[in-house]
Design a binder for this molecule. Structure first.
Ligand code: ACO
Length: 440
Protein backbone atom coordinates (compact mmCIF):
# COMPACT_ATOMS: atom_id res chain seq x y z
CA UNK A 1 0.00 0.00 0.00
CA UNK A 2 1.22 3.54 -0.79
CA UNK A 3 2.67 5.35 2.22
CA UNK A 4 0.24 7.90 3.65
CA UNK A 5 2.00 11.23 4.29
CA UNK A 6 2.25 12.61 7.85
CA UNK A 7 0.77 16.12 8.03
CA UNK A 8 3.27 18.96 8.40
CA UNK A 9 3.30 20.80 11.77
CA UNK A 10 1.41 23.75 10.28
CA UNK A 11 -1.15 21.64 8.48
CA UNK A 12 -2.49 19.32 11.14
CA UNK A 13 -6.13 18.50 11.57
CA UNK A 14 -7.83 20.12 14.55
CA UNK A 15 -9.13 17.99 17.37
CA UNK A 16 -12.83 17.53 17.86
CA UNK A 17 -15.18 14.55 17.60
CA UNK A 18 -13.23 13.37 14.53
CA UNK A 19 -10.45 11.74 16.56
CA UNK A 20 -10.71 8.56 18.59
CA UNK A 21 -10.80 9.15 22.36
CA UNK A 22 -7.38 9.78 23.85
CA UNK A 23 -5.63 10.41 20.55
CA UNK A 24 -4.15 13.70 19.40
CA UNK A 25 -3.11 14.49 15.84
CA UNK A 26 0.56 13.96 15.14
CA UNK A 27 1.30 11.64 18.07
CA UNK A 28 0.71 8.35 16.29
CA UNK A 29 4.33 7.78 15.28
CA UNK A 30 5.57 8.28 18.87
CA UNK A 31 3.34 5.59 20.38
CA UNK A 32 4.69 2.13 20.97
CA UNK A 33 3.84 -0.20 18.09
CA UNK A 34 3.17 -2.85 20.75
CA UNK A 35 0.38 -0.83 22.38
CA UNK A 36 -2.97 -2.62 22.20
CA UNK A 37 -4.98 -1.69 19.13
CA UNK A 38 -7.67 0.08 21.15
CA UNK A 39 -5.07 2.40 22.73
CA UNK A 40 -3.57 3.54 19.46
CA UNK A 41 -5.09 6.36 17.41
CA UNK A 42 -6.76 5.20 14.23
CA UNK A 43 -7.71 7.14 11.17
CA UNK A 44 -9.59 6.11 8.03
CA UNK A 45 -7.84 7.11 4.80
CA UNK A 46 -8.89 6.57 1.18
CA UNK A 47 -5.89 4.74 -0.29
CA UNK A 48 -7.27 3.41 -3.59
CA UNK A 49 -9.81 4.60 -6.17
CA UNK A 50 -11.18 3.45 -9.49
CA UNK A 51 -14.18 3.78 -11.77
CA UNK A 52 -15.72 2.10 -14.76
CA UNK A 53 -18.46 3.17 -17.15
CA UNK A 54 -20.06 1.21 -20.01
CA UNK A 55 -18.81 1.92 -23.53
CA UNK A 56 -22.13 2.94 -25.10
CA UNK A 57 -22.72 6.72 -25.09
CA UNK A 58 -26.14 8.32 -25.61
CA UNK A 59 -25.99 12.02 -26.49
CA UNK A 60 -28.76 14.58 -26.08
CA UNK A 61 -29.18 14.45 -29.86
CA UNK A 62 -29.75 10.68 -29.63
CA UNK A 63 -32.48 11.36 -27.04
CA UNK A 64 -34.17 13.79 -29.45
CA UNK A 65 -34.94 10.69 -31.57
CA UNK A 66 -36.64 8.92 -28.63
CA UNK A 67 -38.58 11.59 -26.70
CA UNK A 68 -39.85 15.13 -27.25
CA UNK A 69 -36.75 17.01 -26.05
CA UNK A 70 -33.77 18.89 -27.40
CA UNK A 71 -30.09 19.38 -26.65
CA UNK A 72 -30.55 23.04 -25.73
CA UNK A 73 -33.25 22.28 -23.10
CA UNK A 74 -31.24 19.48 -21.49
CA UNK A 75 -27.98 21.44 -21.38
CA UNK A 76 -29.53 24.62 -20.02
CA UNK A 77 -31.73 22.90 -17.38
CA UNK A 78 -29.25 20.24 -16.25
CA UNK A 79 -25.76 20.76 -17.75
CA UNK A 80 -25.80 17.22 -19.16
CA UNK A 81 -24.56 16.55 -22.73
CA UNK A 82 -24.26 12.77 -22.78
CA UNK A 83 -24.42 9.67 -20.58
CA UNK A 84 -23.00 6.11 -20.67
CA UNK A 85 -25.48 3.24 -20.64
CA UNK A 86 -25.12 -0.49 -20.15
CA UNK A 87 -26.32 -1.56 -23.60
CA UNK A 88 -24.83 -5.05 -23.36
CA UNK A 89 -27.01 -7.34 -21.16
CA UNK A 90 -23.78 -8.73 -19.68
CA UNK A 91 -23.03 -5.28 -18.23
CA UNK A 92 -24.70 -5.21 -14.86
CA UNK A 93 -24.17 -3.41 -11.55
CA UNK A 94 -21.84 -6.24 -10.49
CA UNK A 95 -19.70 -6.21 -13.63
CA UNK A 96 -19.28 -2.41 -13.46
CA UNK A 97 -18.54 -2.58 -9.72
CA UNK A 98 -15.96 -5.36 -10.08
CA UNK A 99 -14.10 -3.42 -12.79
CA UNK A 100 -14.05 -0.28 -10.60
CA UNK A 101 -13.05 -2.23 -7.48
CA UNK A 102 -10.13 -3.94 -9.23
CA UNK A 103 -8.78 -0.54 -10.26
CA UNK A 104 -9.10 0.75 -6.67
CA UNK A 105 -7.21 -2.29 -5.32
CA UNK A 106 -4.57 -1.80 -8.01
CA UNK A 107 -4.02 1.86 -7.02
CA UNK A 108 -3.80 0.86 -3.35
CA UNK A 109 -1.62 -2.16 -4.20
CA UNK A 110 -3.63 -4.25 -1.75
CA UNK A 111 -4.78 -7.82 -2.56
CA UNK A 112 -8.50 -8.63 -2.36
CA UNK A 113 -7.77 -11.20 0.37
CA UNK A 114 -6.97 -8.33 2.78
CA UNK A 115 -10.40 -6.69 2.51
CA UNK A 116 -12.41 -7.04 5.74
CA UNK A 117 -15.68 -5.55 4.51
CA UNK A 118 -17.33 -4.71 1.19
CA UNK A 119 -20.11 -2.12 1.18
CA UNK A 120 -21.98 -1.73 -2.09
CA UNK A 121 -24.28 1.24 -2.35
CA UNK A 122 -26.78 0.81 -5.16
CA UNK A 123 -30.39 1.49 -6.15
CA UNK A 124 -30.09 -0.99 -9.01
CA UNK A 125 -28.90 -4.15 -7.25
CA UNK A 126 -28.25 -7.28 -9.26
CA UNK A 127 -31.25 -8.86 -7.48
CA UNK A 128 -33.39 -7.93 -4.47
CA UNK A 129 -31.30 -10.59 -2.77
CA UNK A 130 -28.59 -11.87 -2.52
CA UNK A 131 -26.74 -8.64 -1.89
CA UNK A 132 -24.82 -7.27 -4.85
CA UNK A 133 -21.85 -6.83 -2.48
CA UNK A 134 -21.70 -10.64 -1.98
CA UNK A 135 -21.50 -11.24 -5.73
CA UNK A 136 -18.71 -8.65 -5.93
CA UNK A 137 -16.93 -10.40 -3.03
CA UNK A 138 -17.03 -13.67 -4.95
CA UNK A 139 -15.82 -12.12 -8.22
CA UNK A 140 -12.94 -10.34 -6.48
CA UNK A 141 -11.92 -13.42 -4.50
CA UNK A 142 -12.18 -11.36 -1.29
CA UNK A 143 -12.44 -14.49 0.81
CA UNK A 144 -12.00 -12.75 4.18
CA UNK A 145 -14.61 -10.05 3.65
CA UNK A 146 -18.09 -9.48 5.03
CA UNK A 147 -20.36 -7.89 2.44
CA UNK A 148 -23.62 -5.98 2.40
CA UNK A 149 -25.64 -3.57 0.26
CA UNK A 150 -26.56 -0.10 1.37
CA UNK A 151 -29.70 1.68 0.18
CA UNK A 152 -29.50 5.46 0.43
CA UNK A 153 -29.79 6.28 -3.29
CA UNK A 154 -27.45 9.02 -4.49
CA UNK A 155 -26.22 9.74 -0.94
CA UNK A 156 -25.26 6.08 -0.57
CA UNK A 157 -21.58 6.37 -1.40
CA UNK A 158 -20.99 8.91 1.38
CA UNK A 159 -23.15 6.81 3.74
CA UNK A 160 -20.82 3.91 2.82
CA UNK A 161 -17.74 5.99 3.64
CA UNK A 162 -19.27 6.82 7.02
CA UNK A 163 -19.83 3.09 7.70
CA UNK A 164 -16.27 2.29 6.61
CA UNK A 165 -14.83 4.97 8.86
CA UNK A 166 -16.93 3.72 11.81
CA UNK A 167 -15.71 0.13 11.39
CA UNK A 168 -12.11 1.26 11.08
CA UNK A 169 -12.14 3.65 14.06
CA UNK A 170 -13.81 0.94 16.16
CA UNK A 171 -10.94 -1.41 15.33
CA UNK A 172 -13.20 -3.92 13.54
CA UNK A 173 -11.60 -3.57 10.10
CA UNK A 174 -8.31 -2.63 8.47
CA UNK A 175 -9.54 -2.40 4.88
CA UNK A 176 -13.06 -1.56 3.74
CA UNK A 177 -14.03 -1.43 0.08
CA UNK A 178 -16.81 1.08 -0.61
CA UNK A 179 -18.50 0.91 -4.00
CA UNK A 180 -21.21 2.94 -5.68
CA UNK A 181 -22.62 1.04 -8.67
CA UNK A 182 -25.64 1.77 -10.86
CA UNK A 183 -27.36 0.57 -14.02
CA UNK A 184 -30.14 3.15 -13.87
CA UNK A 185 -30.84 2.72 -17.59
CA UNK A 186 -32.59 -0.54 -16.59
CA UNK A 187 -35.14 1.22 -14.32
CA UNK A 188 -35.70 4.40 -16.31
CA UNK A 189 -38.79 4.85 -18.47
CA UNK A 190 -37.30 5.71 -21.85
CA UNK A 191 -40.62 7.33 -22.87
CA UNK A 192 -40.61 9.77 -19.91
CA UNK A 193 -38.64 12.87 -20.97
CA UNK A 194 -38.62 14.25 -17.43
CA UNK A 195 -36.44 11.43 -16.11
CA UNK A 196 -34.75 9.57 -18.97
CA UNK A 197 -32.60 12.57 -19.90
CA UNK A 198 -31.07 12.75 -16.43
CA UNK A 199 -29.52 9.39 -15.65
CA UNK A 200 -26.47 7.34 -16.68
CA UNK A 201 -24.74 4.10 -15.66
CA UNK A 202 -21.38 3.55 -14.00
CA UNK A 203 -19.50 2.50 -10.89
CA UNK A 204 -16.85 3.98 -8.64
CA UNK A 205 -14.95 2.37 -5.79
CA UNK A 206 -12.55 3.39 -3.06
CA UNK A 207 -10.51 1.36 -0.62
CA UNK A 208 -10.54 2.84 2.89
CA UNK A 209 -7.66 1.77 5.13
CA UNK A 210 -6.84 2.07 8.82
CA UNK A 211 -3.75 4.13 9.59
CA UNK A 212 -2.10 5.83 12.53
CA UNK A 213 -1.28 8.84 10.36
CA UNK A 214 -3.61 11.69 11.37
CA UNK A 215 -6.08 12.78 8.70
CA UNK A 216 -8.38 10.93 6.34
CA UNK A 217 -12.15 11.08 6.80
CA UNK A 218 -12.43 13.64 9.60
CA UNK A 219 -16.19 14.18 9.93
CA UNK A 220 -19.47 12.98 8.47
CA UNK A 221 -23.07 14.16 8.37
CA UNK A 222 -25.90 11.79 7.45
CA UNK A 223 -29.52 12.89 7.13
CA UNK A 224 -32.91 11.63 6.04
CA UNK A 225 -36.50 12.79 5.62
CA UNK A 226 -38.79 9.90 4.70
CA UNK A 227 -41.78 12.23 4.46
CA UNK A 228 -40.41 13.06 1.00
CA UNK A 229 -40.09 9.41 -0.03
CA UNK A 230 -42.71 9.76 -2.75
CA UNK A 231 -40.78 12.58 -4.45
CA UNK A 232 -38.39 10.06 -5.96
CA UNK A 233 -39.52 6.46 -5.95
CA UNK A 234 -39.59 3.16 -7.79
CA UNK A 235 -43.08 2.11 -6.68
CA UNK A 236 -43.32 -1.58 -7.64
CA UNK A 237 -41.29 -4.70 -6.94
CA UNK A 238 -41.16 -4.38 -3.16
CA UNK A 239 -43.47 -5.72 -0.45
CA UNK A 240 -45.86 -2.75 -0.73
CA UNK A 241 -46.51 -3.42 -4.41
CA UNK A 242 -45.21 -6.82 -5.51
CA UNK A 243 -44.50 -7.22 -9.20
CA UNK A 244 -47.58 -8.28 -11.19
CA UNK A 245 -48.82 -8.04 -14.75
CA UNK A 246 -50.65 -4.89 -13.69
CA UNK A 247 -47.60 -3.15 -12.17
CA UNK A 248 -45.58 -3.92 -15.27
CA UNK A 249 -48.26 -2.78 -17.72
CA UNK A 250 -48.74 0.47 -15.80
CA UNK A 251 -44.97 1.14 -15.67
CA UNK A 252 -44.77 1.11 -11.88
CA UNK A 253 -41.35 -0.55 -12.04
CA UNK A 254 -39.84 2.66 -13.46
CA UNK A 255 -38.43 5.69 -11.61
CA UNK A 256 -41.09 8.31 -10.74
CA UNK A 257 -39.88 11.75 -9.76
CA UNK A 258 -41.21 15.14 -8.76
CA UNK A 259 -38.25 17.05 -10.21
CA UNK A 260 -39.09 20.44 -8.73
CA UNK A 261 -39.52 19.09 -5.18
CA UNK A 262 -36.20 17.20 -5.39
CA UNK A 263 -34.50 20.31 -6.76
CA UNK A 264 -35.70 22.51 -3.87
CA UNK A 265 -34.73 19.90 -1.27
CA UNK A 266 -31.30 19.35 -2.86
CA UNK A 267 -30.24 22.99 -2.93
CA UNK A 268 -31.14 23.31 0.76
CA UNK A 269 -29.40 20.21 2.13
CA UNK A 270 -26.23 20.36 0.01
CA UNK A 271 -25.29 23.68 1.65
CA UNK A 272 -26.37 22.84 5.21
CA UNK A 273 -24.71 19.41 5.22
CA UNK A 274 -21.44 20.85 3.90
CA UNK A 275 -21.50 23.51 6.63
CA UNK A 276 -22.00 20.80 9.28
CA UNK A 277 -19.06 18.62 8.24
CA UNK A 278 -16.76 21.62 7.94
CA UNK A 279 -17.71 22.77 11.42
CA UNK A 280 -17.21 19.25 12.84
CA UNK A 281 -13.77 18.98 11.22
CA UNK A 282 -12.83 22.49 12.37
CA UNK A 283 -12.45 23.85 8.83
CA UNK A 284 -13.76 27.11 7.37
CA UNK A 285 -15.22 27.27 3.85
CA UNK A 286 -12.17 29.33 2.78
CA UNK A 287 -9.89 26.45 3.77
CA UNK A 288 -11.64 23.96 1.49
CA UNK A 289 -9.46 23.01 -1.48
CA UNK A 290 -11.88 20.76 -3.35
CA UNK A 291 -15.60 19.92 -3.27
CA UNK A 292 -16.80 16.79 -5.06
CA UNK A 293 -20.59 17.15 -5.11
CA UNK A 294 -23.19 14.65 -6.31
CA UNK A 295 -23.40 15.17 -10.06
CA UNK A 296 -27.16 15.54 -10.62
CA UNK A 297 -27.71 18.98 -12.08
CA UNK A 298 -25.30 21.90 -12.59
CA UNK A 299 -27.97 24.33 -11.37
CA UNK A 300 -28.26 22.48 -8.04
CA UNK A 301 -24.46 22.73 -7.59
CA UNK A 302 -24.50 26.42 -8.53
CA UNK A 303 -27.42 27.28 -6.22
CA UNK A 304 -25.94 25.44 -3.23
CA UNK A 305 -22.17 25.04 -3.16
CA UNK A 306 -21.28 28.06 -5.26
CA UNK A 307 -23.94 30.62 -4.34
CA UNK A 308 -24.85 29.72 -0.74
CA UNK A 309 -21.41 28.61 0.48
CA UNK A 310 -19.48 31.02 -1.76
CA UNK A 311 -16.97 28.34 -2.72
CA UNK A 312 -15.39 29.36 -6.06
CA UNK A 313 -16.14 27.26 -9.14
CA UNK A 314 -12.48 26.26 -9.64
CA UNK A 315 -12.63 24.39 -6.31
CA UNK A 316 -15.75 22.44 -7.28
CA UNK A 317 -15.27 19.42 -9.52
CA UNK A 318 -18.02 18.83 -12.08
CA UNK A 319 -18.14 16.12 -14.75
CA UNK A 320 -21.91 15.60 -15.12
CA UNK A 321 -21.74 16.89 -18.69
CA UNK A 322 -20.20 13.52 -19.72
CA UNK A 323 -22.01 11.06 -17.46
CA UNK A 324 -25.36 12.55 -16.37
CA UNK A 325 -26.57 11.54 -12.92
CA UNK A 326 -25.05 8.15 -12.09
CA UNK A 327 -26.66 8.28 -8.62
CA UNK A 328 -24.45 6.73 -5.94
CA UNK A 329 -21.59 6.25 -8.43
CA UNK A 330 -21.33 9.93 -9.28
CA UNK A 331 -19.09 11.06 -6.39
CA UNK A 332 -16.48 8.28 -6.70
CA UNK A 333 -16.38 8.67 -10.51
CA UNK A 334 -15.89 12.43 -10.10
CA UNK A 335 -13.23 11.82 -7.43
CA UNK A 336 -11.24 9.63 -9.82
CA UNK A 337 -11.50 12.18 -12.61
CA UNK A 338 -10.52 15.01 -10.24
CA UNK A 339 -7.38 13.04 -9.35
CA UNK A 340 -6.64 12.37 -13.03
CA UNK A 341 -7.04 16.10 -13.73
CA UNK A 342 -4.52 16.97 -10.98
CA UNK A 343 -7.16 18.71 -8.84
CA UNK A 344 -6.33 16.77 -5.67
CA UNK A 345 -3.05 16.70 -3.76
CA UNK A 346 -1.93 15.42 -0.35
CA UNK A 347 -2.67 18.04 2.30
CA UNK A 348 -5.89 19.17 0.60
CA UNK A 349 -9.12 19.59 2.54
CA UNK A 350 -11.84 17.87 0.54
CA UNK A 351 -15.64 17.70 0.89
CA UNK A 352 -17.95 15.09 -0.63
CA UNK A 353 -21.65 16.03 -0.49
CA UNK A 354 -24.70 14.32 -1.95
CA UNK A 355 -28.49 14.00 -1.79
CA UNK A 356 -30.97 11.50 -3.10
CA UNK A 357 -34.10 9.43 -2.81
CA UNK A 358 -35.28 8.65 0.69
CA UNK A 359 -35.03 11.57 0.94
CA UNK A 360 -31.43 11.39 2.12
CA UNK A 361 -28.35 13.57 2.24
CA UNK A 362 -24.76 13.03 3.33
CA UNK A 363 -21.45 14.85 3.46
CA UNK A 364 -17.95 14.19 4.72
CA UNK A 365 -14.82 16.28 5.18
CA UNK A 366 -11.48 14.69 4.37
CA UNK A 367 -7.92 15.66 5.19
CA UNK A 368 -6.39 13.98 2.13
CA UNK A 369 -2.99 12.39 2.83
CA UNK A 370 -2.56 9.68 0.19
CA UNK A 371 -0.12 10.26 -2.70
CA UNK A 372 -2.04 10.52 -5.96
CA UNK A 373 0.70 9.53 -8.44
CA UNK A 374 -0.18 6.65 -10.74
CA UNK A 375 1.15 3.38 -9.33
CA UNK A 376 3.89 1.51 -11.19
CA UNK A 377 2.51 -1.19 -13.47
CA UNK A 378 5.35 -3.44 -14.55
CA UNK A 379 4.81 -6.73 -16.40
CA UNK A 380 5.28 -8.67 -13.16
CA UNK A 381 2.56 -6.76 -11.31
CA UNK A 382 0.20 -7.11 -14.27
CA UNK A 383 0.83 -10.85 -14.53
CA UNK A 384 0.36 -11.31 -10.79
CA UNK A 385 -2.88 -9.32 -10.93
CA UNK A 386 -4.25 -11.37 -13.84
CA UNK A 387 -3.31 -14.53 -11.92
CA UNK A 388 -5.31 -13.38 -8.88
CA UNK A 389 -8.37 -12.67 -11.09
CA UNK A 390 -8.08 -16.16 -12.60
CA UNK A 391 -7.63 -17.66 -9.13
CA UNK A 392 -10.77 -15.87 -7.90
CA UNK A 393 -12.77 -17.22 -10.87
CA UNK A 394 -11.39 -20.74 -10.31
CA UNK A 395 -12.17 -20.57 -6.59
CA UNK A 396 -15.74 -19.49 -7.30
CA UNK A 397 -16.21 -22.33 -9.83
CA UNK A 398 -14.73 -24.84 -7.40
CA UNK A 399 -17.11 -23.78 -4.62
CA UNK A 400 -20.08 -23.99 -6.99
CA UNK A 401 -18.93 -27.46 -8.10
CA UNK A 402 -18.65 -28.65 -4.48
CA UNK A 403 -22.18 -27.39 -3.82
CA UNK A 404 -23.43 -29.23 -6.92
CA UNK A 405 -21.77 -32.48 -5.79
CA UNK A 406 -23.51 -32.20 -2.41
CA UNK A 407 -26.79 -31.73 -4.25
CA UNK A 408 -26.44 -34.86 -6.43
CA UNK A 409 -25.09 -37.12 -3.66
CA UNK A 410 -27.79 -39.37 -2.13
CA UNK A 411 -29.38 -37.71 0.89
CA UNK A 412 -28.45 -39.62 4.10
CA UNK A 413 -31.83 -38.57 5.57
CA UNK A 414 -33.78 -39.95 2.58
CA UNK A 415 -36.59 -42.41 3.52
CA UNK A 416 -35.71 -46.10 3.00
CA UNK A 417 -31.93 -45.51 2.92
CA UNK A 418 -31.23 -47.30 6.21
CA UNK A 419 -34.13 -49.77 6.15
CA UNK A 420 -33.56 -52.69 8.53
CA UNK A 421 -30.62 -51.09 10.35
CA UNK A 422 -30.96 -50.83 14.12
CA UNK A 423 -30.97 -47.20 15.35
CA UNK A 424 -28.13 -46.04 17.66
CA UNK A 425 -29.22 -44.38 20.95
CA UNK A 426 -28.28 -40.99 19.50
CA UNK A 427 -30.61 -41.61 16.55
CA UNK A 428 -33.50 -42.78 18.67
CA UNK A 429 -36.58 -40.58 18.26
CA UNK A 430 -36.86 -37.87 20.89
CA UNK A 431 -39.94 -38.24 23.06
CA UNK A 432 -42.34 -35.40 22.59
CA UNK A 433 -43.12 -33.07 25.49
CA UNK A 434 -46.60 -34.45 26.02
CA UNK A 435 -48.34 -33.58 29.34
CA UNK A 436 -47.52 -37.16 30.55
CA UNK A 437 -43.82 -36.73 29.76
CA UNK A 438 -43.67 -33.33 31.51
CA UNK A 439 -45.25 -34.99 34.64
CA UNK A 440 -42.52 -37.71 34.49
N1 ACO B 1 -37.26 18.29 -22.69
C1 ACO B 1 -38.00 19.37 -23.00
N2 ACO B 1 -38.92 19.89 -22.16
C2 ACO B 1 -39.07 19.29 -20.97
C3 ACO B 1 -38.32 18.15 -20.58
C4 ACO B 1 -37.40 17.66 -21.52
N3 ACO B 1 -36.61 16.58 -21.26
N4 ACO B 1 -38.70 17.78 -19.35
C5 ACO B 1 -39.63 18.64 -18.95
N5 ACO B 1 -39.87 19.55 -19.93
C6 ACO B 1 -40.80 20.67 -19.93
C7 ACO B 1 -41.90 20.49 -18.91
O1 ACO B 1 -42.95 19.71 -19.42
C8 ACO B 1 -42.29 21.92 -18.66
O2 ACO B 1 -43.15 22.31 -19.70
P1 ACO B 1 -44.41 23.27 -19.40
O3 ACO B 1 -43.82 24.52 -18.82
O4 ACO B 1 -45.04 23.42 -20.72
O5 ACO B 1 -45.25 22.52 -18.41
C9 ACO B 1 -41.01 22.70 -18.82
O6 ACO B 1 -40.12 21.84 -19.56
C10 ACO B 1 -40.36 23.04 -17.50
O7 ACO B 1 -40.31 21.86 -16.71
P2 ACO B 1 -39.82 21.92 -15.24
O8 ACO B 1 -40.15 20.63 -14.56
O9 ACO B 1 -40.27 23.18 -14.58
O10 ACO B 1 -38.24 22.00 -15.43
P3 ACO B 1 -37.17 22.30 -14.35
O11 ACO B 1 -36.49 23.56 -14.64
O12 ACO B 1 -37.68 22.08 -12.96
O13 ACO B 1 -36.12 21.13 -14.64
C11 ACO B 1 -35.43 18.99 -13.81
C12 ACO B 1 -36.53 19.76 -14.50
C13 ACO B 1 -34.20 19.04 -14.68
C14 ACO B 1 -35.87 17.55 -13.64
C15 ACO B 1 -35.10 19.64 -12.45
O14 ACO B 1 -36.31 19.86 -11.74
C16 ACO B 1 -34.17 18.82 -11.63
O15 ACO B 1 -33.00 18.65 -11.96
N6 ACO B 1 -34.63 18.30 -10.45
C17 ACO B 1 -33.81 17.46 -9.60
C18 ACO B 1 -33.80 16.07 -10.13
C19 ACO B 1 -32.73 15.22 -9.52
O16 ACO B 1 -31.65 15.66 -9.24
N7 ACO B 1 -33.05 13.94 -9.36
C20 ACO B 1 -32.12 12.96 -8.96
C21 ACO B 1 -32.01 12.88 -7.49
S1 ACO B 1 -30.73 11.83 -7.03
C22 ACO B 1 -31.31 10.18 -6.86
O17 ACO B 1 -31.55 9.75 -5.78
C23 ACO B 1 -31.41 9.30 -8.04
Amino acid sequence: MAEIKQPSATNQPTTNGAHPPGSEPGVAAERSPDAPLTHRPRYAHIVGWGYHVPGKVITNHDLEQIVDTNDEWIRSRTGIAERHVAADPKETSVSLAVAAARKALEVADVPASKIDLIICSTTTPEHIFPATACLIQDALGANNAGAFDLSAACSGFVYGLAMARGHILAGDAEYVLVIGAETLSRIVDWTDRETCILFGDGAGAVLVAASEVPGGIMSVDLGSDGSGGNNLILPAGGSAMPTSLETVSSGMHYVKMDGKAVFRFATRVMASSTRKVLERAGYTTDEVDLVVPHQANIRIIQNSVLNQLKIPAEKVFVNLEKYGNTSTASIPIALCEAIEAGKLKPGYKVVFVGFGAGLTWAACAIDWRTPVEKPETGWWKNTRRQATYSAAAARSMWRRAVRWVYEVLPDPEAPGRDEGREKTPAEAPVKENTPERVRE
